[in-house]
Design a binder for this molecule. Structure first.
Ligand code: NAP
Length: 441
């Protein structure tokens, strides 16, 4: 064996959906991977909670002592696919501090602790790769950090959570309620027993934080991301969406915002939004993910594919692993964390979006003009209004429903308008307020 063929020792932490596939590909593609890296990748051990001889991996490779596995002298790269923030954070820090490169798929950890991890990687001059943390198999981290390194990214908007996209697609296709679409998603294994992280938008917010940090060279954490989940989206919202030529998607949006004084800030936000049917994200259905990047010189780029699942996620992990191993063999390092721009985080109140507002009102003359006046008072410009009668089961007209589509307005102006509308005697209820994305001004 020549010096350049000295094996690269790998420890894999986690043998679940992703870890099992990582270990399988490492074994089945060993020869190809060795040729691509310039040295064999040798699996030194796999960290799990339960060591037993029926896990499809030689039992002598399994250990529940994560600390000892990471500390082994013959481990050069640690692949973390365990999951929870702890003990993953501790294991990754220990690996980095002892000069080992790390590949991780752990979005929750990265969205909280990128700074700490990046600093440890920097001090030890090793790699920290995390392509699999956002949108599974879809290459989006590397295009943003490397392919677009010479461009100015303006906006990154994506569907990055397969569970919620599955639920919303089912509601759109069948007219089902949120509860029934969630129950179906759970029965088919698309939603976890506790779906909170997905349906309340926490998972999408973690990914938005990672994307915004990279796109805008600014450290953004999950706490900086404005977040609304999909639990309040109704079948009636989908009917309204259809009438407007739209569908509803849970979007993660990262945007460079420039105020009137020319000052730039970063907005990172997650919410369900109306998306016009001719927008590329409207066609992303089921458990698929997609990310649309808009850059000054490149224009619009779209990345689409499987955003989760053992094998697709393992593909992204293996891609990172080959990069990290090549750097070990050939010398050099991957890109460091880039946070030089240090842009401020824009509060949601200043972020301009279009809105759809639907109200139940009493069926009297002058109601429409009093509703319109509340929008005008706060300089929320109306693009379109529809009014239709509401009839009871006996066919009697009992009120009206007014649907308003606005031009772009700030969240603060719209929120004030909604409060004022709710206080009007003629308004019996505000049925829904939805943002609209991707439909121009
Ligand atoms: P999973 O199926 O729940 O597997 C987790 C694995 O980690 C299990 O093998 C478990 O051991 C091990 N583990 C957990 N806590 C441990 C501890 N304290 N000590 C030792 N071992 C521990 O998870 P997964 O779906 O593969 O996801 C792994 C990571 O990838 C997560 O960070 C997830 O967010 C990320 N990710 C997953 C996907 C996906 O589609 N699944 C996509 C993108 C990113 P036992 O088997 O012994 O219980």
């Amino acid at each position: 064996m020549s010096a350049s063929e000295k094996p690269v020792g790998i420890a894999v932490l986690g043998l679940g959906n992703v870890g099992t596939e990582v270990v399988r590909i490492l074994d089945e593609s060993a020869e190809d991977l060795a040729a691509r890296v310039g040295a064999p990748l040798v699996l030194r051990g796999v960290g799990v909670r339960n060591v037993s001889d029926d896990r499809g991996v030689p039992v002598d490779l399994l250990t529940d002592d994560i600390e000892a596995l990471v500390a082994r002298d013959d481990v050069d790269i640690v692949v973390e696919v365990m999951g929870p923030v702890e003990p993953a954070r501790k294991a990754i820090l220990a690996a980095l501090e002892s000069g080992k490169s790390v590949v991780t798929a752990n979005k929750a950890l990265l969205a909280q602790s990128t700074g700490e991890l990046a600093q440890a990687a920097e001090q030890a001059r090793v790699d920290l790769y995390f392509e699999a943390a956002v949108a599974g198999a879809i290459p989006v981290i590397r295009p943003l950090t490397q392919s677009l390194a010479g461009d100015t990214v303006l906006r990154v908007a994506g569907i990055v959570n397969g569970t919620t996209n599955y639920i919303l697609s089912a509601m759109s296709d069948t007219g089902a309620s949120y509860d029934s679409a969630l129950a179906d998603a759970s029965a088919l294994g698309y939603a976890e027993a506790d779906p909170t992280a997905d349906v309340e938008g926490y998972d999408a917010a973690a990914k938005a934080a990672i994307l915004a940090s990279i796109a805008f060279h600014t450290r953004v954490t999950a706490d900086d991301v404005y977040r609304e989940g999909i639990t309040k989206v109704t079948a009636e919202d989908f009917e309204s969406a259809k009438a407007l030529g739209c569908t509803i998607k849970l979007l993660s949006i990262c945007e460079r915002i420039t105020n009137g004084d020319g000052q730039e800030s970063v907005s990172a936000r997650v919410y369900p939004a109306l998306v016009p049917l001719d927008h590329p994200l409207a066609a992303v259905n089921g458990a698929f993910n997609a990310v649309v990047v808009e850059a000054e010189a490149a224009g619009r780029l779209m990345f689409y594919g499987q955003g989760a699942g053992g094998a697709p996620t393992a593909s992204a992990v293996l891609g990172d692993l080959v990069m990290a191993a090549r750097n070990r063999v050939q010398g050099g390092r991957g890109p460091r964390e880039s946070k030089y721009a240090r842009l401020a985080i824009a509060p949601i109140g200043v972020v301009p979006t279009r809105y759809y507002v639907s109200l139940y009102v009493s069926d009297k003359p002058g109601v429409l003009s009093s509703v319109a006046a509340e929008f005008a008072k706060r300089e929320v410009s109306i693009a379109e209004v529809r009014q239709e009668g509401v009839v009871n089961e006996g066919g009697q007209r009992v009120g009206a429903r007014i649907a308003v589509l606005t031009h772009r307005a700030t969240d603060a102006a719209l929120s004030e308008t909604i409060t004022a509308l709710g206080d009007l005697d003629a308004v019996s209820s505000v049925a829904s307020v939805l943002r609209m994305e991707g439909a121009g001004e």
